[in-house]
Design a protein around this ligand. Structure first.
Ligand code: EPZ
Length: 417
């Protein structure tokens, strides 16, 4: 099992490229199930989660060829409608095959994802929505068993704007008979990207990026060639790293328009941010001001940036409050940051952070993807050498993070434990 060793105290300087977005790539690659023929995807990030979805699609019968950010998927010969426990337990986003399998094959048997470190994360809204489209749904032996001769368009209201729930229902409704209107949907850039790919395949979707989606079902879809959008969370992670270390960093191949809430709040901490067409410049301030944030569905402050922003607040001047409204258990990183000398008090869904002059290096344990990124960031400013264990969490969502930091002048390396 790998670990990462970080030597603190080196301001980041230089330019770095941002990769394709994990949370855009997963649903877009799964959408290949919806048509015959070969789809081509570029800017596909080289991540563990992408490998997991490719293994799942191959087990369903898809033919996949992948190399250096280019992936070709041909789902013409898909026959198998089962996503087994062993694959789904590794990556809960595997649930995204449920809607497309149902739409394409009229049946699906998908293992229930179960809970995860950051929360219970039920899929009741996915199932409720599919039932509204006429699917019969049963939960048996830990699996969702769904069937429908042909899904029928209907009105659906989502109690909460779930991201993968919106994606699952959108992919189910594009081949349904008639019109589907889904209200209170997620508005994330990854949702817009998926809708645009589906429309390029021949679907009829309107309203992506707003809270209401209208989907006119079609008989069939065609294969396409598309590029995966840049990863706004990887971009945000490097922006915070630059502000944290008092650095001067330019991020390339990224989208500032996907990061308004973060750009606003990192700017309030005193960093200077220059947002261009596909690049963002961040110059850290002499001092870091404390800023209160509350995580919210897009376009609010992203929950996937909460842990990283907390590190910035842990060395800021004064007291800040971070409220987590999306997941009920997403402060696990706090105890590890406290091991590094941070002064943080958690009360329910809020954490109070009293900034300290300096963090001190320590061996720490990663518990989930974004928590692991926050521990690496803490190591960049801590006094001494920090050892981050269980970095397999990091590899799920960041491509060669330590190599990118080395290019920016950090003293960081990966070692096999
Ligand atoms: C997506 O997860 C992302 N994952 C997550 O990123 C991200 O944190 C999350 O959206 C919120 O932005 C992918 O896109 C693969 P939700 P998802 O359904 O879709 C509740 C990362 O670090 N809910 O929008 O699983 C749920 O419990 C990951 O890259 C229900 O109650 O999140 C949560 O409290 C972590 N019933 C809230 O909604 C449902 O049926 C939002 O969850 C579905 C969700």
């Amino acid at each position: 099992m790998d670990k990462i060793i970080v030597q603190g105290g080196h301001p980041l300087k230089g330019e770095v490229d941002i990769g394709g977005a994990k949370n855009a790539a997963l649903p877009v690659l799964v959408a290949s199930i919806l048509c015959d023929g070969e789809n081509t995807y570029t800017n596909v990030p080289n991540l563990q989660d992408v490998k997991s979805i490719a293994i799942l699609l191959t087990s369903l019968g898809a033919e996949i060829d992948a190399q250096d950010g280019l992936m070709r998927i041909d789902a013409s010969r898909i026959k198998n409608h089962e996503a087994p426990y062993d694959l789904v337990r590794k990556m809960r986003a595997s649930i995204l095959v449920l809607g497309p399998l149902l739409a394409r094959l009229g049946k699906a048997r998908v293992s229930l994802p179960g809970g995860c470190a950051i929360g219970a994360r039920p899929i009741n809204l996915h199932l409720k929505g599919l039932a509204r489209l006429g699917a019969s749904i049963e939960l048996k032996h830990g699996y969702v068993e769904a069937s429908a001769r042909r899904l029928k368009g209907n009105d659906i209201y989502l109690d909460t704007p779930t991201v993968t729930g919106t994606e699952n229902l959108m992919m189910a409704a594009v081949l349904a008979q008639g019109t589907t209107v889904i209200s209170n949907v997620a508005r994330e850039p990854e949702i817009v990207a998926l809708a645009e790919v589906l429309n390029k395949m021949g679907a009829k979707i309107e309203g992506q990026g707003t809270s209401i989606l209208k989907i006119e079902g079609v008989k069939s879809l065609n294969p396409v060639s598309v590029e995966i959008i840049p990863d706004r969370i990887e971009t945000g992670t490097f922006m915070v790293a630059a502000a944290l270390t008092g650095g001067d960093v330019t991020l390339r191949n990224c989208r500032a328009d996907h990061l308004k809430a973060l750009i606003h709040n990192v700017g309030l901490t005193g960093a200077t941010i220059a947002a261009g067409l596909n690049r963002i410049g961040v110059v850290g301030g002499k001092e870091i001001a404390s800023v209160d944030v509350k995580t919210l569905p897009y376009p609010g402050f992203p929950t996937d940036m909460q842990a990283q922003f907390m590190v910035l607040m842990s060395v800021a001047k004064g007291l800040s409050i971070i409220s987590e409204t999306i997941f009920e258990n997403r402060f696990i990183h706090v105890s590890e940051l406290k091991r590094m000398g941070a002064d943080i008090t958690v009360s329910g869904q809020a954490s109070m952070i009293q900034g300290v002059p300096k963090l001190s290096a320590a061996p720490v344990m990663a518990t989930d993807l974004r928590a692991s990124a926050s521990l690496i960031l803490a190591g960049l400013v801590a006094e001494g050498e920090t050892q981050v264990n269980r970095v397999y969490h990091l590899d799920r969502g960041y491509e060669s993070m330590e190599k990118k930091f080395v290019r920016l002048g950090a003293v960081i390396k990966r070692v096999r434990a």
